[in-house]
Design a protein around this ligand. Structure first.
Ligand SMILES: Nc1nc2c(ncn2[C@@H]2O[C@H](COP(=O)(O)OP(=O)(O)OP(=O)(O)O)[C@@H](O)[C@H]2O)c(=O)[nH]1
Length: 570
């Protein structure tokens, strides 16, 4: 905490007169050209509005702000010193003049007047400098506690006010509510319209949040990025926080008019209460963040009150994230290969690479346990890259050793597929490993492909130009839309194992499976059945001329050496 101020709320005493939050927040332009940011630009000599627009990297901005603060501190100290020196200098001169006066003939009245005038001028200058130093100091402490983009209180000030609210709540037996807010899919706005528009949207969001709160004791702060925290310092009942959350969701949902754009954005909100969910600022912030994560998981555009079982999930999630980090850094990942088989001849036609996580002597961990974690903590891209390059490297090695594996299939998540540089990454892996592109098949789910269909088409076409094959995984469980089958350059349909599993006893599943096989045939697509476990399932698929299959009936996924041994014997 940087300042001691025991009055929570939007008190004006702690802010320089020209730079109050309300003035910073009104129109967007005001935030961009606010006196505070202007003063910062003048004082720093470099933080101009243009630069800020270009520089959306919060860490960079924070570093610059720290530098400005340090410079201002130095300038203030220098000014104070200079002011003291001048006062001393003037006083010395005045004393010299007085002494000269007592030596007869050494001084005239003119000398005395001149010395006095110089003393007055020096005193005025000293006052001016002191005032400038005080203004700079007030400006500096305001900047240390406020967000440069929106003018809202920043993380430090929020923590200070929260701690004060908790102390007051404790004294008066009152509740305090903390709401952690995160804009949904804000990254898309930045990516599609640029950071300048993203910045204006953040300002617009800040203005609306601020306008929603009527009590002086409430605080809206920006934590950084697209995250805001609302502090309700005087909450009578738990329901009050829920009502405010509903209000914030509604207010945010109206279109934001940014330049020529009408932007729609929703919020995910997590709420924690004092004393119910935390006794200190740290715990309340952590728990509100955890509840916000659950709001995201529950479809976004909604709020969740913190519950203690969320913590168990959070602990499990954090430990999952840690294991995954470690596995990526310390070679803790391994690939297993499940053979794909020609259902008429029984010959191996390829394999699907499936990732496993090794944790000491423990049994291997399956992707169903950690892929979600990887997606949520941003590790899915490095994880996917590792799987792709290891599968290609191993396949190239087998081919060089004379083992004809056929094609290697690798799963690709929607996050990876739509991430920057996916196509270039695939090309680089093929170049590095020397694997012929026609040996690689990328498997994507329908839902992954259906996000942003225009860019999807472009990436798929790029992959086809490279010579890579494309398969739709879990076919039948998603959109199963005929139009995308026609418009996307797809090679293979993989019938989801849930249909194959129920072939034995469900007539509906039989109908679905045979329909997919027939449709695949007429669209000239390759069809593979997943999850074959029984001779009856195999017989049904053979009878309907399904070309290929995979499943425990043939083989479980095998470690590389066992798969190589299997290839040698067939
Ligand atoms: N324009 C702008 N963008 C920022 C600023 N600070 C951070 N960001 C971006 O804000 C985005 C935050 O994205 P996330 O919250 O991780 O993801 P999201 O797209 O909102 O998705 P969900 O939170 O999962 O709904 C990132 O792309 C950051 O680069 C800023 O000051 N200005």
């Amino acid at each position: 905490m940087r300042r001691k101020n025991l009055t929570p709320g939007k008190d004006t005493a702690r802010q320089p007169a020209k730079t109050r939050e309300s003035r910073l927040l009104s129109p967007h332009a005001a935030a961009l050209n606010s006196p505070t940011t202007h003063a910062a630009a003048l004082l720093a000599g470099k933080q101009t509005a243009d630069q800020r627009e270009e520089n959306a990297d919060l860490r960079q901005a924070t570093a610059e702000l720290r530098q400005v603060t340090a410079d201002l501190r130095q300038a203030t100290a220098d000014l104070r010193q200079e002011s003291a020196d001048r006062r001393q200098e003037a006083a010395d001169q005045s004393e010299d003049a007085a002494q000269a006066k007592v030596q007869p003939g050494a001084i005239t009245e003119a000398h005395l007047r001149e010395a006095n005038e110089r003393l007055v001028v020096a005193t005025i200058r000293a006052h001016t400098m002191t005032e400038a130093a005080e203004n700079a100091s007030a400006e500096m402490s305001y900047m240390a506690q406020h967000d440069f983009l929106t003018g809202l209180p920043n993380r430090a000030l929020l923590r200070e006010r929260l701690a004060q609210s908790i102390a007051l709540g404790q004294r008066h037996g009152k509740r305090v509510a903390l709401m952690y807010l995160d804009l949904d899919h804000f990254k898309h706005i930045n990516d599609s319209l640029g950071h300048a528009v993203g910045d204006q949207l953040l300002q617009s969001a800040a203005t609306r949040l601020q306008a929603c709160l009527s009590r002086r004791s409430d605080t809206v702060s920006r934590q950084g990025g697209d995250e805001f925290v609302v502090l309700l310092a005087e909450v009578e009942a738990v329901q009050d926080a829920a009502v405010t959350a509903e209000k914030l969701l509604t207010v945010m949902a109206a279109p934001h008019l940014i330049g020529a754009h009408r932007l729609h954005v929703t919020l995910s909100i997590g709420i924690s209460l004092y004393p119910d969910d935390g006794q200190d600022a740290e715990t309340m912030i952590k728990n509100a963040d955890t509840a916000m994560y659950h709001a995201k998981k529950n479809g976004r555009g909604t709020y969740r009150m913190f519950t203690s079982d969320m913590n168990e999930h959070a602990v499990a999630r954090r430990s999952g994230e840690e294991s995954l980090h470690q596995a990526l850094e310390q070679h803790g990942l391994v690939l297993h290969y499940q053979p794909k088989v020609n259902l008429q001849t029984g010959a191996i036609t390829g394999a699907e690479a499936l990732v496993r996580l090794r944790q000491g002597d423990q049994p291997l961990v399956y992707p169903s346990t950690f892929v979600n974690v990887a997606e949520n903590c941003g590790l899915i891209v490095p994880l996917g890259k590792w799987v792709l390059s290891e599968a290609c490297r191993q396949t190239a090695e087998w081919l060089q050793a004379g083992l004809d594996i056929g094609q290697i299939a690798v799963n690709v998540s929607a996050v990876e597929f739509h991430g920057a540089g996916f196509l270039a990454g695939v090309r680089a892996v093929l170049d590095d490993t020397g694997l012929a592109p026609c040996r690689l098949e990328l498997e994507m789910t329908e839902s992954g492909l259906m996000q942003d269909t225009a860019p999807t088409s472009e990436i798929l076409r790029g992959l086809k130009t490279l010579g890579v094959q494309i398969a739709i995984d879990d076919f039948g469980t998603g959109y199963s839309s005929l139009s995308y089958l026609r418009s996307f350059p797809i090679d293979t349909l993989k019938i989801d194992q849930s249909f194959v599993k129920d072939i034995d006893d469900g007539s509906e599943e039989k109908a679905i499976v045979s329909a997919i096989i027939a449709m695949g045939k007429s669209l000239k697509l390759h069809v593979i059945a997943e999850g074959i476990e029984t001779p009856q399932q195999l017989a049904f698929l053979q009878a309907h001329h399904c070309a290929e299959g995979q499943g425990y009936y043939f083989n479980r996924p095998l470690p590389a050496e066992k798969f190589a041994a299997l290839l040698k014997t067939t």
